[in-house]
Design a protein around this ligand. Structure first.
Ligand SMILES: *Cc1c(COP(=O)(O)O)cnc(C)c1O
Length: 204
């Protein structure tokens, strides 16, 4: 893994003991996709863990993680950003976020299309959201073994970031790649890979 790529150990469904094994090996960035699970693990485990929320976020649950969450990956609406900002303000902190872009072929996955992303970015300056910082883009590729398709989806997100770079230089991070496809994702410029089963074994 290149040095500038952050490895996020996706610990959903895994026990505190399993997480501690990775922690003791030096891992500090962990990802969860359910707020409840994120919250109890944060309470139970060492306080220097950087917790990433990688799943879909419901607005009414932002408050539970606002005091500690390190990075929220799956932000896909202005309404959600406003809520994160509000909760960030309550805790006197700036919460970092990624905007999730829909890159997969499947309909069911969350995320913005390019038009929606552009509209959201254009609207931001008028919102004065001082307790959030948007630092990049996140994408989930199609669930497939087709390397050409995966490459095309990663390249699309990477090119989108490049196209946005002059106007939005703060969008530096690219969260893409999971156990099955992270090498390809890194090849296309991923700066954060979210890896679960390759670290912890498969989930039940
Ligand atoms: C579960 C999950 C992962 C990790 O998947 P693996 O295939 O186990 O590496 C990555 N990203 C998101 C958003 C997930 O929900």
């Amino acid at each position: 893994m290149p040095e500038q790529v952050t490895l996020i150990a996706v610990s959903k469904t895994k026990s505190p003991e399993e997480i501690m094994q990775a922690y003791e090996a030096g891992q500090r960035d962990f990802g969860e996709n359910k707020i409840q699970e994120l919250v109890w693990k944060q309470e139970e485990l060492p306080q220097d863990i950087r917790w990433h929320m990688i799943g879909h976020v419901q607005r009414n649950k932002v408050k539970y993680m606002a005091s500690f969450v390190h990075l929220i990956h799956g932000v896909d609406s202005l309404k959600l950003l406003r809520e994160i900002n509000k909760q960030g303000a309550k805790h006197n902190r700036v919460i970092t976020c990624l905007l999730q872009v829909h890159i997969a072929e499947e309909e069911s996955k969350f995320g913005l299309d390019e038009t929606e992303l552009m509209a959201l970015l254009k609207n931001l300056p008028g919102e004065s959201l001082e307790n959030i910082a948007i630092i990049g883009l996140m994408g989930m590729a199609t669930f497939t073994d087709d390397q050409e398709q995966l490459a095309a989806e990663f390249k699309y997100l990477s090119d989108l970031k490049t196209r946005l770079a002059s106007e939005y230089p703060e969008l530096k991070e690219l969260s893409m790649g999971m156990s099955g496809d992270y090498q390809l994702a890194v090849k296309y410029g991923s700066t954060m890979v979210r890896i679960g089963s390759s670290i912890f074994g498969s989930r039940k």
